[in-house]
Design a protein around this ligand. Sequence first.
Ligand code: 13P
Length: 255
Amino acid sequence: MNKATRKTVIAGNWKMNMTPSAAAKLISELAPKVAGKNECDIVLCVPFVDIDAAIKAAEGTNIKIGAQNVHFKESGAYTGEISAAMLCEVGVEYVIIGHSERRQYFGETDETVNLRTKAALAAGLKVILCLGELLEARQSGITEEIVSMQTKLDLAGLTKEDLKNVIIAYEPVWAIGTGLTATPEQADEACGVIRNVVENLYDKETAEALTIQYGGSMNDANAKELLAKVNVDGGLIGGASLKSDAFAAIVDAAQ
Ligand code: 13P
């Protein structure tokens, strides 16, 4: 595998944090700290109501703005949901789909993850597709089976061309917000499993071009080691993306 052929992407997932004014403040603090750091793409996935303020604050910087979910229907009676066209019109480039918190608390399934992914891609968004095993699965030794199955179900029906706009984020659920991080070897192994599945579903070229991030308590202290692994092409960062210094240090680690 040739890591040099892939784009490293460092993305923040703010989850349900930051009001619009706090979003603008954080981005204006972060922007000078990451200016000129062009060895990776930098994305912040913010709450829907922060998007407008975030896009304005990020104008003229190397920070791109993403959303944290999208619905699969184009429009209609889906109270509380947001369509891909709505995101595109306000200037969003990326969207997280299938985060474990959506799977755990909001009934997201591999089927709806797949539908959302198709809708987002059809609208021209780039997708950060999250998957990863629960602690019980890791302890039972079935991580590979779970991660393989999720990859197959979540990507069902997508073409090679679609995959150019997909990033997969491997996020072991037991490492999210817990301070427990997968070891670089565990992260590399699981990302490698995902890459193998993609190679089997598509071809070697598609697999080698796919950016696969690690997410789960990545921070300024552990990022460098994780990002050094051959199959780890970036990070999806929760807690540490809420502090400009910590997030900028992770971007530095990716240079
Ligand atoms: P933490 O970095 O807070 O563990 O969150 C990871 C995550 O869920 C990113 O999507």
